[in-house]
Design a protein around this ligand. Structure first.
Ligand SMILES: [Zn+2]
Length: 126
């Protein structure tokens, strides 16, 4: 029965569902003000975390939510570098050991005919 109902329906064609007897998810309209004077609203789910900015629908500039409060900059953690993360896992002594190990491998490889198992292109040294 469902198949018969779908006959002749293309992908992307109009949905036959309607809003009748359907409870729409609770939503809220958030107004945004563009620095160039455009105003627009964007619907969000009621429980959505509201973004402080939105791309202006007219000109594409960064518009700010017209909540009356200026967007509070979130506490930004200083970005962790790879080095920081590495130090969380390994001590410098560990790293020295790993480095020494790798250097051994590399030195051993240099003596040997070009290793093809690394998949890396060898840098040409000047
Ligand atoms: Zn605008």
């Amino acid at each position: 029965m469902a198949e018969r109902a779908l006959r002749g329906t293309r992908l992307g064609s109009t949905s036959y569902e309607n809003d009748r007897n359907t409870d729409l998810a609770p939503r809220q309209e958030v107004a945004f003000d563009c620095p160039k004077g455009h105003h627009f609203t964007v619907p969000f789910a009621a429980e959505a975390e509201l973004p402080p900015t939105w791309e202006c629908r007219v000109c594409g500039a960064v518009a700010f939510a017209a909540t009356g409060e200026s967007p509070t900059p979130k506490k930004v953690k200083p970005p962790r570098s790879h080095w920081d993360m590495l130090l969380e896992r390994r001590t410098v002594a560990d790293l020295e050991a790993v480095l020494a190990e790798r250097l051994e491998v590399i030195r051993g490889r240099r003596g040997a005919p070009a290793a093809s198992d690394t998949g890396r292109r060898q840098r040409k040294s000047a």
